[in-house]
Write a new protein. Structure first.
Length: 292
């Protein structure tokens, strides 16, 4: 078996297409959707992600403001920026790129973002709504992008065994909630660093979402024949054969394509979906202002 490609790039393009009319409607009502992206420090991968987000805004005609703060900024400086953005009625979405430098309390800073502007869906109010099974709020972009991509490919999750590898605040935990929510209806197991015999648990699954940040850890013998495999990992690994000295690798080994029915590529899978869902959340936040 050679897996079909879960083409996140194509799915993201269709999500973006659907946003054009909604953005025009906001503009006609006098509201220009506006996203503010805050990045602290010099992490090269984070700068690449932030640039992709800003470029997506440009593509769609969403206004974006990119605020770049030095690595040695204090937590209270970042607080002040968030408070200023909360108070600015001309903008609808605030995203603070993770990870923040280690001297900052990332969760405390996320808590400060106004829940209506929390386009990442990381604020406790938005995550709390997700725990309650209310899916109409701001949903975290990567997990909701995975759900949208599965739906777009016509993959039915109802009654299926799903394994989420990883239990992070950004991906693993919300992903598990979305897969098990009413309407998706999968039976979900979270596999984490303390799980006994992770490989055997994973090998039972009809759907595997890998979000562990370990390059190519999920091998073919972790995967049931015919399973659906979504690779959330974006890892840089050294590769002297490349001019730049590194390549991107997912959490899933390429050999899995010989065993799975569906596999999302890296790059071109979950990455573009995360950005598309961020754009959708920003438009939704602007629509709330229009409706007020
Ligand atoms: N870092 C990696 N993924 C994300 C994301 O979805 N949002 C933010 N804010 N930071 C990230």
């Amino acid at each position: 078996m050679v897996a079909q490609r879960l083409d996140g790039k194509a799915c993201a393009a269709s999500v973006e297409d659907e946003l054009h009319d909604r953005i025009s409607a906001c503009r006609s009502a006098g509201v220009e959707p506006h996203l503010s992206v805050v990045i602290v420090g010099d992490d090269p991968a984070s700068h690449v992600y932030v640039n992709s987000k800003v470029k997506a805004c440009e593509r769609l005609g969403i206004k974006s403001t990119h605020i770049s703060l030095p690595e040695d900024s204090t937590e209270s400086e970042v607080r002040e920026v968030i408070q200023r953005l909360n108070d600015d009625t001309s903008l609808h979405g605030i995203l603070v790129q993770s990870p923040l430098p280690s001297h900052m309390d990332e969760e405390a800073l996320t808590d400060l973002i106004h829940p209506g502007k929390d386009v990442d869906g990381f604020h406790p109010e938005n995550l709390g709504r997700l725990v309650q099974g209310r899916l109409d709020g701001m949903l975290p972009c990567t997990p909701s992008g995975v759900m949208r991509m599965l739906q777009w490919a016509g993959i039915d999750l109802s009654g299926k065994q799903a394994v989420v590898l990883g239990r992070s605040r950004i991906v693993g935990n919300p992903q598990a909630l979305l897969l098990g929510a009413k309407g998706a209806d999968a039976t979900v197991t979270i596999v984490h660093s303390r799980t006994n015999n992770a490989q055997a648990v994973c090998a039972q699954a009809d759907i595997v979402v890998a979000a562990i940040g370990r390059p190519e850890m999920v091998r073919a013998d972790w995967i049931k024949s015919g399973a659906v495999v979504v690779d959330v990992g974006i890892n840089r690994v050294d590769d002297d054969s490349r001019e730049r000295g590194w390549r991107l690798a997912g959490d899933v080994h390429p050999e899995v394509a010989q065993k799975a029915a569906w596999l999302s590529p890296v790059p071109g899978g979950v990455g573009p979906m995360t950005i598309a869902m961020l754009m959708e959340n920003t438009v939704r936040a602007a629509e709330h202002v229009v409706a007020q």
